[in-house]
Design a protein around this ligand. Sequence first.
Ligand SMILES: [Zn+2]
Length: 54
Amino acid sequence: MFGEEPECVKCGKEIKGDDVVFIKMRYPRRKGFTEIKAYLKNEGRFICKDCYQP
Ligand SMILES: [Zn+2]
């Protein structure tokens, strides 16, 4: 999906397409969100739904 597959930061499970994930990230400073995939790859920390605790 992003070249290399992202993993859950808690359990290390590989995030697959269509999985429900929570993403902890810094909101982009610049306007426009055209490079969201590249941004997520650099800044996003994925948490799978099994590990997510509100
Ligand atoms: Zn997990």
